[in-house]
Design a protein around this ligand. Sequence first.
Ligand code: DX5
Ligand code: ZN
Length: 213
Amino acid sequence: MQVAPSILSADFGILNEEVKSICDGGCDLVHVDVMDGHYVPNLTIGPVVVKSVAKVSTKPLDIHLMVQNNSFFVDLFAPLEPKYISFHIEEEKHPHRLIQKIRALGISPAITLNPHTPPEAIEFLIEDLDMVLLMSVNPGFGGQKFIPNVLERAKRLKEIIMKRNENCLIEVDGGVNDKNIHQLKDAGVDIVVAGSYIYGSDDRAKAIKSLQI
Ligand code: DX5
Ligand code: ZN
């Protein structure tokens, strides 16, 4: 299991140190939550701040867009050369076109599904994707309670992936901790995002390790 700590739960007053702490702690990716105050009722960071995160990070960036006008934000973040950019299927009229655009920029395209969206909604996009991000909370805030229907959604998504594109990874985001990590592993999940669990821990390296099962 790969682990992508979400910097949403970091102390932004000392952001460089907060990014270093998870990289030194052995994380696999650095998860960056981009919120625009329109698609979700919260506002976070733009490319100016993420540029300084990219500078200090020794791990690839995993950018999770929670915005309207995805294509505009892809253009803003592409110069930072993240590994992944994911966008919400619920907020995109032309997902197939946007996937091709992200790929052409040399970035791995990923689609995010909210807790109400069935994995079947993206069956015919799977062959073009490197990752699907399943939300296990409603997007917008860290520290929310895990919605367990993600386990069934992950299993159903895994079946589609085995049929259409075995290389596509499954990532889960929201309320992940050492209590639900084994269920997520059993459901076929490859990457977990964890914000409050890792940043709220006294020993971040140990918290990261507890999820790398
Ligand atoms: C929620 C974000 C998550 C959030 C996860 O909209 O996408 O990445 O930071 O935080 P926790 O792990 O605290 O639920
Ligand atoms: Zn996220």
